[in-house]
Design a binder for this molecule. Structure first.
Ligand code: FES
Length: 173
């Protein structure tokens, strides 16, 4: 009896099982999971921990985290996409969080935002072509009294003008 075309084919590759995580990234994710997975409401601390360790939450970390917490991939992915804080792409060398909330907007935040975007040549959630800066929005950095506020690699800066931004970053339009 002839074998059908279907039967002669190799077993399908399970794409979901392929991972682009390096050994170092996997080790970092597993270390975060080992440290935090037994906390109540562990998902958010784990996502924070992974982003702190790797600069982002790689898409291939989602199934690993989901399995460890006995959640579905969709549940983990849903949380990552809900919070602006989490990035799924590797960021630039420096991450800038520019405040877009009301108090900063009232003291020049919009003009500063326009200057920052023009100087860097990128919009929010983008990285400069040289890989130096990633720009992210923030919705209050808790520094309202001395806005407009900007955070550079976690360091908060207040009363940021266009000139001060240029001095802080060494970027000019
Ligand atoms: S509104 Fe910008 S720091 Fe609060």
């Amino acid at each position: 009896m002839a074998t059908s075309t279907f039967e002669r084919r190799s077993p399908p590759i399970k794409l979901a099982e392929l991972s682009s995580l390096s050994a170092a990234d996997s080790a970092a994710i597993n270390a975060v999971l080992a440290r935090l997975k037994n906390l109540p409401g562990a998902l958010l601390p784990i996502l924070h921990g992974v982003q702190e360790a790797l600069g982002h939450v790689p898409k291939d970390a989602v199934p690993v985290i989901a399995k460890s917490l006995n959640l579905s991939r969709a549940e983990v992915h849903g949380v990552i996409s809900f919070y602006h804080w989490y990035r799924t792409e590797k960021p630039g060398e420096h991450v800038l969080h520019l405040c877009r909330a009301e108090a900063c907007q009232a003291v020049g935040g919009r003009a500063l935002e326009a200057h920052v975007k023009a100087s860097l040549g990128i919009d929010f959630h983008e990285t400069t072509a040289d890989g130096r800066y990633t720009l992210e929005p923030a919705y209050c950095l808790g520094n309202c009294a001395v806005g407009p506020s900007l955070m550079i690699d976690g360091a908060l800066k207040g009363r940021v003008t266009a000139d001060r931004f240029d001095r802080l970053t060494g970027v000019t339009a």
